[in-house]
Design a protein around this ligand. Structure first.
Ligand code: ATP
Length: 307
């Protein structure tokens, strides 16, 4: 009983320090379409989610004293009910009537309000962590069902990986991972509110819809060019006019050798896909030097995690 990391299978209590550790991975959308605005105000989406190798670290410890003690390192975020990690922990403990307490530490690296689902990834990692810490025995699907109560991206973030996401984000179909490639991820220095973007989206008069079905086929065929040719995100119609630097970063990434570049989620993060690692590293260094974005990562796609 001492496997500590989820990559090694189901996380269990560490014998050395009694602590559970989870990594919360960020995502990008390699394709994002909005089909329509529903009468209840939600948007019907069709998007392809992909985990990237940028992550927050979470640790969990049991405590005798009841309650949730949350500490956030590396970012100025609330550590109370306003934090999704706190809400996820409260939900799990309420569901299972846990009388003990828990101490959770989150070390943030994923840019905030960036379109990378950082908050949802943390919440999903908290659900996996508490599931293991208190040996609750939730299976993946049950965790997804619980998670959707807190946010539409959380069911996906329970495992991550490559997935087609439909409905409001809760209808998930696993897809084959993209062929090997390299990424530059750049988050310019502004926060974008997801609510602002959806409120200003003219969902019923979009002139362009990305070919998500074609991208699904390209993934199945392992055809990187077929994927990069179809990259598209309808939310760019709102975020790019508000923050033109997004377009400058996309153009720069392509000039520096990207097969293609796109805004992720509601933005403002931009990612470029490269065939060659050296080219990607050089592009990241140049974009950093030119100060087009405050946070720049040379990274890769990665697989999902086990519950
Ligand atoms: P998405 O791609 O799902 O739209 P995002 O990357 O745009 O996500 P997040 O970083 O998840 O946005 O955060 C959005 C807001 O949620 C932040 O402004 C923050 O105040 C709040 N929040 C609550 N908990 C967290 C958390 N653990 N990490 C980041 N943000 C959090």
């Amino acid at each position: 009983m001492y496997t500590k990391y989820m990559e090694e299978g189901e996380p269990r209590l560490s014998e050395e320090d009694g602590m559970i550790r989870q990594k919360a991975y960020a995502k990008v959308n390699i394709g994002l379409d909005v089909l329509r605005r529903r009468p209840d105000g939600y948007h019907e989406l069709k998007m392809i989610m992909q985990t990237v190798d940028i992550f927050d670290d979470l640790t969990f410890e049991r405590e005798r004293e009841p309650g949730i003690r949350l500490r956030i390192e590396g970012a100025d975020l609330p550590a109370d009910e306003n934090n999704l990690v706190y809400r996820a922990a409260a939900l799990m403990m309420e569901e299972r009537q846990i009388k003990e307490g828990v101490a959770i530490t989150v070390t943030k690296r994923i840019p905030i309000a960036a379109g990378m689902a950082g908050g949802s990834a943390d919440a999903a990692a908290a659900m996996r962590g508490l599931n293991a810490l208190f040996e609750m025995g939730y299976a993946t699907e049950a965790l997804r069902e619980l998670g959707v109560r807190l946010g539409a991206d959380i069911p996906y973030c329970i495992t991550g990986g490559t997935m087609l996401s439909e409905g409001i984000g809760e209808v998930l179909t696993p897809l084959p991972a993209p062929p090997e490639c390299y990424l530059v991820v750049a988050k310019p220095d502004m926060d974008v509110s997801t609510a602002f973007v959806y409120q200003n989206l003219r969902a019923d008069s979009l002139l362009f819809h990305p070919d998500i079905d074609g991208m699904v086929k390209a993934l199945a065929a392992g055809d990187l060019g077929g994927i990069t040719d179809r990259m598209g995100n309808v939310l760019e119609t709102v975020t790019v006019p508000a923050y033109p630097v997004i377009d400058r970063i996309k153009t720069r990434m392509r000039e520096l050798g990207a097969e293609n570049a796109l805004m992720s989620g509601s933005g403002p993060t931009v990612f470029g896909i490269y065939k060659d690692q050296e080219t990607a590293k050089k592009a990241a260094a140049i974009i950093r030097e030119e100060k087009l974005a405050g946070a720049v990562f040379a990274t890769r796609f990665c697989e999902g995690v086990n519950v």
